[in-house]
Write a protein that binds this ligand. Sequence first.
Ligand code: PHB
Length: 385
Amino acid sequence: MRTQVAIIGGGPAGLLLSHLLHRRGIDSVVLESRDRAYVEHRQRAGMLEQGTTDVLRESGAGERLDREGLVHHGLELRFGGTGHRIPLTDLTGRTVTVYAQTEIVKDLVALRLADGGDVRFEAEVLGIDASAPSVTYRHNGRTHTLDCDFIAGCDGFHGVGRSAVPGLRTFSREYPFAWLGILADVPPSTDELIYANHGRGFALHSLRSPKVSRLYLQVSPKEDLASWPDSRIWDELAARFATDDSWELRQGPITDRSITPMRSFVAEPMRHDRLFLAGDAAHIVPPTGAKGLNLAVSDVIILARALTERYASGSQTLLDAYSATCLRRAWRAEHFSYWMTTLLHVDPSADEFGHRLQRSQLDYVASSKAAATSLAENYVGLPLD
Ligand code: PHB
């Protein structure tokens, strides 16, 4: 069996790559280790940069996004019992859109299948030969080899793609906290996202629809979900979002809950021979800046362009620049995500000096147009080129 591009991983990065290549007449096969229901239901983040919505829309994958996505023009930083609005659109001319990653995956799977795309679920990759190039995988109890021109490793942080890059250098940072995330059947208590810094820890109020709220609490990475009954989650959220005025947090039935560790991670380079890494396979950001999915999408846009140029003209120029182009953008997102994380979370090892510095920085972002603009332009996403 042969294809032009073998894509390992059927998350947003792999599916979008397959879709973009199809639109340019390039064949691919997507190999996903999980089943379809699993990839369509795992809860992830949901804040899209304008560049991400633009590419989905322009490539014909934005129909439901346009109907159901919630366009936002600002966000709130809440600390010291007071909210401070960061007017993202006034400061940058750009918007962001709330639309869950899991919905993008559903849309892209449906579109790929409708277009006759080859997406194989429960296909476990056993080996990658980056110079043949080929991918060996197991599907329905049998071992197959997929020959190809190029391989895209879009198989996430725990995938096998990265291990096929020899001489990889990795850079990472672990944080002394995690996020406990919930989905709740209750109308959001806010129109715009609230990023709250409180002495008890960070909290984030996000949303999924006019009837569904998405909320997060900073917890210890060792925390056990079993010790968080619904009442404790709501009490803790209410305490961290409390303001000096009459704002109230609406509560409702919790339909999904999970604890996610937070880390920063970058692997360099993002290419070996004919294997190209994209998305979480190459870099992880803590979720505070909402960059993870957007960064995966920009890798894939850059890779699709480079492959298109290679097939159209034989030129390797963009493929040769791929790793450096993506890493430059990835490191900017790494810095921003690290900065947002340390700005807003309570570091259990920080001393009073550290607390005072953090508060000073929050005051500065809330009061200086220059500081707010820096946050805003990173949050809405820097231009691709
Ligand atoms: C989410 O809606 O899941 C979300 C939004 C913003 C973030 C992280 C997660 O920074």
